[in-house]
Design a protein around this ligand. Sequence first.
Ligand code: C2O
Ligand code: CU
Length: 461
Amino acid sequence: PMHGRMHGAAHDHAGRVPAVRSGPAVTPFSVRMPVPATRIPSVQTADTDIYRMSVQPATAQILPGLSTPVLTYGGAFCGPTIRARRNRRTLITFDNKLGHETNVHLHGGRVAAVHDGYPTEVIAPGSGRAYLYPNAQPGATLWYHDHAHHLEAENVYRGLHGFYLIDDEDERRLGLPSGGYDVPIMLRDALFDDAGNLVFDPADPYNRPTLLANGKPQPYFEVAARKYRLRLLNGSTHRVFELTLDGARMTQIATDAGLLPAPVPVDRLVLSSGERADIVVDFGQAPLGGHVTLNDVAGPVLRFDVVRRAADRSRVPAQLRPMSPMPTAVQDRKLVLSLDPVNIRALINDRVFDPARVDMQVRRGTTEIWEVTNSDTNVGGSGFGVPHNFHTHLSHFLLLSRDGKPPLPGEGGWKDTVLIQPGETVRLQVDIGSHLGRYVYHCHMLEHSALGMMGQMEIVN
Ligand code: C2O
Ligand code: CU
């Protein structure tokens, strides 16, 4: 597999070799990881939680002793967490105070097209827009982020990302770790200059050496010697995390769109941009005063310090969620993802995104088989392959195979984003969903979607 520095496209996009910059050095585990604050609704009606949030520039304390200008939801770098309840609606008005366009997409949400944050339906500076989310879907770790076409990579990179969690009665009954023992953790990377400014270079996404967990560089997090549910999100615009845990075992219980059928012990978790994995870790496996470290291939990401005892009545049942059988697929499609470094474009089936063109018509409530290929084994003759991934709006899918081989057990649940290595083909059974209208699908390496690696489907009756 290709990852890390094995990259040709960056150089090809810009036609130059990037300078090596690393930014200020940070001592690992010297700052505490915060948990993003949960936003309280400003109004609650019988069936709807109502929020108002500004999208605004702010200054964040990310690196010790330095201030970083960022873009935020509500002033917080990482954004407040929205906690929704299944089948209870959320209405959020976002006020754009950025001075440039933005919009908001609920990643993994099954929402009406007009509320989906279509790439060209933007919020003009100085105005606001209300998004209605029905939450008519099983409990899941979702997130919200900017999706304004061509700006999405930079807007998200500079901080327009936050968690959106759907709670679900069926899930609550399982007795999984909850409350303060249910912790969302957004992992991402960044490049800083010596003054602490974020440096965004879309042509060199591989030079982002600082790893952040909930907006802090390689932090520590104090935990009790008991089970926790950790909701891991890769909020990077490009990096693929390859995670291992040192000092305790990981049990994966959920993927992008919610619980797996059954818990899966995992040694290694690969998360591409936008993917989520919920894991349960029993910190009681470590001695009091001991450490458990979450590592990426590039270095440590986060250290858990086991500092106290606590009662634990949570459990991880052997069955989590029955997988209902899917209706037979009505259509087969092939999608090919490729970069066009000469013209600095990124393509699906040889075309860049065009909001005026419908790439496929699909029928509401059906399922389809999509074979998605990453053809970038040798970008621009560089000899290097480039990974892509694939994300569908509205529709969720099951990963049937990778290059004909069965997926990993942790990939066995409902997903909305999947990594595709250079030369690889994934076969997906896509549950289109029950809304009508136009929705996009794209590579979630947002530097690529910004260059056009995106298409749209029109859902018809
Ligand atoms: Cu997370 Cu279309 O995006
Ligand atoms: Cu891509």
